[in-house]
Design a binder for this molecule. Sequence first.
Ligand code: KIV
Length: 280
Amino acid sequence: MQPKKLTIPDIRNRKNDTPIAELTAYDYPWAKVADTAGIDVILVGDSLGMVVLGYPDTVSVTMEEMIHHTKAVVRGVERALVVTDMPFGSYNSSIPAAIDNATRILKEGKADAVKLEGGVSMAPTVEAIVKAGIPVQGHIGLTPQTATSLGGFKVQGKNAQAAKQLLDDAIALEEAGCFSIVLEAIPAPLAKRITENISIPTIGIGAGVDCNGQVLVIHDLVGMYDRFTPKFVKQYTKINEPMLEALRQYKAEVENRSFPTEAHSFTMKSEELDKLLQLY
Ligand code: KIV
């Protein structure tokens, strides 16, 4: 039986229920694995740029790339809610541009919702996108698209004033209509306080166990991204190692002709082969 597709109210209603498992995916096979594993929210994150496209950061990712990968993810998903990141530059220049780009992500990519980075300053943009009928997941704390302005990939909200700003950001995003907020790389006690002070679910990544859910980058979780692994990542497997071993074995078998065997080959009738031999 086909599983019931999760909706925005389903995710909102998990505020005081079982924690939400969110995970990134960027193409059909990985989305299918994540969905089959029961992941609730699949995020087509702009981390796509780093873990799949090999860019040095997320800033270079384009709308076309996000839409292309969203389409592939959606084809692999039956149950999970699909959220797509708005890439840098697609929502920061003006509110009409933000609405147009969010609309493209739903219309062309077929995502269920969009995610964008920023707090109080982005609240009017979030409000306009939500009013246009597009669900928005917020993202505050360490916001990779503006990491340079934040002083690099650093934990945010470590002093009382910065922590208060993040609380204000979360409240502004809730008031603007977000259905959930990602809290990235902030102290666990601050994430707990934010979670207790808003009525929409918080999804933590490096924000402790008291959030209403967690999110990770799938390539970090399975050990497929080797450039760097943040402290908040738990590597559940090192899929790289069996993959490397399989590929080395394939190369060796091609070279020593033990692959392909008869089991992987096709035959033809001997009389047809004889006829061919007479032709040439
Ligand atoms: O792009 C991404 O993968 C993200 C997660 C880290 C939350 O935004």
